[in-house]
Write a protein that binds this ligand. Structure first.
Ligand code: ZN
Length: 340
């Protein structure tokens, strides 16, 4: 009689050791006050939740976590949240999917020691795109210098062999764009970033066109027409953001046409995970160059020049290199996802 009991005890010990590492989501509680919705998400162990906002869906990934049939979701009515569900994203990641009723901003606070993540959800600033549209209406009418694209031929036989990529550094010439707090114009940062990305993309085997490779302003119509005419595989417009409030910082990515959606999602995720700034989401917005190009296209706004911290980052070569690397990772992942 002794032996079976000992075996049972050992089995229990081994099981507890094996399963001790598996974190599950215990419960999700919706809370709110006047200007915020909150999700309190309790896990059985430590898991650092990471958010990703793609249009009207907020994804919250819990690494090293599994689904549990016992997870409880305490719902309540909200002006911002449509529904909450949980899926197993992959073997190691549990994902909370929050469907939204409107444009939001969010933050995730992981409370170490309490195995709890708090997601704070608020309304997105309504007039956040105002400057970009005002600038566009000016530069689709005004005639700039003729477009003078510069081609970078492939430098190696990498995974992007046979691909043609157009990089469009925003602004230039008599159009400086926004200014960093130390007075450097956006047009300088966009060109530097595009040049760094071009170098990496041609190393990966792509043919790369820059819509400008000097301090020059071109009409946005010509930019879009050029990308269409050469039948580029993808198009990336690079900007640095600005707003009237210095306390706003973070990353936004824009696309317009349905053909661009997958590419835009992948680019946004790679940039969010890479440069690690606040995630302001992927948005579908009819900005001129993403609306008028026929291939998958995105417009990047990685950081805000009007934020003291990010204004400093914009001028940092290591930041620009990180961003260029994330762009290339996104491009490679996109083509891989299409062929696979
Ligand atoms: Zn801009």
């Amino acid at each position: 009689m002794r032996k079976p009991i000992a075996i049972l005890i050992w089995a229990a010990v081994i099981a507890s050791l094996v399963f001790a590492d598996v974190t599950t989501i215990e419960r999700i509680e919706m809370k709110r006050d006047r200007s915020w919705d909150y999700l309190d998400i309790y896990t059985t162990g430590w898991s650092e939740a990471k958010g990703l906002l793609l249009e009207n869906t907020l994804y919250l990934d819990f690494p090293n976590a599994r689904l549990s049939r016992k997870t409880k979701i305490f719902r309540r009515s909200s002006k911002r949240i449509q529904s909450i569900s949980i899926i197993q994203k992959n073997q190691n990641t549990a994902r909370v999917v929050v469907a939204l009723k409107k444009d939001i901003d969010y933050d995730v606070v992981n409370v170490f020691g309490r195995n709890k993540s708090v997601v704070e959800i608020s309304d997105r600033l309504e007039n956040i795109n105002r400057f970009q549209f005002a600038w566009e209406s000016k530069y689709t009418k005004k005639k700039g210098a003729p477009l003078k694209p510069v081609k970078f031929t492939p430098a190696a036989a990498g995974s992007l062999r046979g691909k043609t990529i157009v990089l469009d550094p925003g602004h230039g010439g008599d159009d400086p764009g926004a200014f960093s707090l130390s007075g450097v114009p956006e047009k300088t940062f966009t060109l530097q970033t595009a040049q760094r990305a071009a170098k990496r993309l041609r190393q990966a085997g792509a043919a790369v066109y820059l819509t400008r490779n000097e301090d020059r302003r071109c009409n946005l119509k010509e930019v879009a027409e050029f990308a269409n005419r050469i039948r580029a595989d993808i198009f990336i417009s690079i900007h640095y953001n600005s707003i009237y409030k210095s306390d706003i910082s973070g990353t936004e990515t824009y696309y317009c046409n349905p053909v661009s959606r997958k590419f835009a999602e992948i680019m946004h995720e790679n940039i969010i995970r890479g440069i690690k700034r606040k995630d302001h989401g992927l948005h579908r917005t009819p900005f001129y160059v993403v609306k008028n190009t026929q291939m998958p296209s995105v417009l990047l706004e990685p950081i805000y020049l009007t934020s003291p911290e990010e204004s400093f980052l914009a001028g940092s070569p290591s930041f620009q290199e990180e961003l260029a690397e994330d762009m290339v990772k996104g491009v490679i992942e996109y083509f891989r996802s299409k062929s696979g």
